[in-house]
Design a protein around this ligand. Structure first.
Ligand code: NAD
Length: 359
């Protein structure tokens, strides 16, 4: 029997209550497998600050280092309290520190519009009636964010420049992750760049085309980022998997995040070379909902499914959780964030009960 160690970092706000539900679902989905999961709880964010005086204490780092996956809740307090010591730089000290410590280079963000929740999508229902299911693979540690940033005055003119840089390995690494995911889905991949202008994009296109030779079954297409932005609004159902650079991925994945209608539905994953992955909801700590048992646990539960798929190659169990979520939505079970006016709502734990029933 294989034994797996999972670091569980619930964090702040709704983190602890949705995390509890995610672990319940993971336990239910993996009981009959030949793998044993050991969950090790650690503090992060404001919760860690209270106990250790810092947002990402050594004790938490050590729990993560001894694990194969990190299940992360969310950190941060009310935006109006962000000046307080407890919350100052909380997100950067926690999530960015984790990214840096573990070299998380591939960010994966699905944006799924369930046909039964099409009315939540801000787009015309005509575009959404059969659902949208796109996953964006974003390179996370290269590009313009990590090059030289410089602001200066020359010729009495204030000027600035930011350097974008990629090497072929960085591009190939994220491309392989996206092609591997495409093999598990529709075998379609759209690579997004700005190869008509940028040198980094020309290299991007060259390398992605080379990597494609390892995946002859996958249909690769290239799309310019400006066209992709338009297509995500005009015809989002055409996309299955998108792979793109850090800057374009940042913008496109936030645009795609508006489609499902609630952050409570949206999981994400970040992968490293060493094998450890971080799995977390796309949203934040929603402090106004904390402690009320009303938050939507689906984003955290689907983050657990992504963990099974990407950290432990347990595709069948990951799929069974996703299927149970879809079935629960189909049955009309709604937390308050996804309920239409007048629809009955369930609590965080009741939503999870139904999902476990449907597993
Ligand atoms: P937020 O994502 O917490 O909330 C935005 C909106 O989405 C709110 O209306 C909230 O109620 C709703 N929402 C989010 N998750 C939900 C869920 N599971 N169920 C139902 N509704 C949900 O963003 P914010 O309000 O801008 O930030 C709150 C705090 O979260 C801040 O301290 C911010 O820094 C932090 N934050 C943390 C992360 C992270 O931990 N990765 C990410 C983003 C924001």
């Amino acid at each position: 029997m294989a034994e797996y160690q999972v670091a569980v970092l619930p964090g702040d706000g709704i983190g602890p209550e949705v995390m509890e539900q995610s672990v319940r679902v993971l336990k239910a989905a993996t009981t009959s497998s030949e793998h044993q999961f050991n969950y090790h709880f650690g503090k992060i964010g404001g919760a860690a600050f209270d106990a250790f005086g810092e947002h990402f204490p050594l004790e938490t780092k050590s729990i993560c280092e001894q694990s194969q996956a990190i299940l992360f809740g969310s950190v941060g307090g009310p935006v109006s309290e962000s000046h307080l010591e407890r919350w100052k730089n909380c997100e950067a000290n926690s999530i960015l520190a984790l990214r840096k410590t573990f070299g998380l280079f591939a960010n994966i963000r699905p944006a799924k519009v369930y046909a039964d929740l099409a009315e939540l999508c801000p787009l015309n229902p005509r575009l959404v009636h059969s659902g949208i299911d796109v996953i964006i693979f974003r390179e996370l540690i290269g590009d313009i964010y990590f090059g030289e940033h410089c602001q200066y005055t020359d010729n009495q003119l204030r000027q600035a420049r930011d350097i974008a840089h990629y090497d072929e390995k960085q591009i190939a690494d994220i491309a392989h992750k996206a092609f591997q995911a495409a093999m598990l889905r529709k075998k379609q991949l759209i690579s997004v760049d700005k190869a008509n202008v940028l040198a980094t994009s020309k290299l991007w296109r060259e390398i992605v085309t080379e990597v494609a030779k390892d995946y002859p079954e996958v249909n690769l297409q290239h799309m310019l980022v400006d066209n992709c932005a338009m297509q995500l609004i005009a015809n989002p159902a055409q996309f299955d998997i998108i792979v793109t650079s850090n800057l374009f991925g940042d913008i496109l994945s936030d645009a795609a995040a508006t489609l499902p209608g609630s952050l409570g539905l949206m999981p994400s994953a970040s992968l490293s070379h060493s094998g450890i992955g971080l799995f977390e909801p796309s949203g934040g700590s929603a402090p106004e909902l904390a402690g009320k048992n009303v938050a939507n646990p689906i984003a955290q539960i689907l983050s657990g499914a992504m963990m099974l798929r990407f950290a432990f190659s347990m595709e069948q169990q990951a799929h069974s959780i996703e299927h149970a979520v879809e079935k629960t939505i189909k049955q009309g079970i709604r937390t308050v964030d996804i309920a239409l006016e007048g629809e009955p709502v369930v609590s965080t734990s009741e939503m999870t009960d139904k999902i476990i029933e449907n597993l």
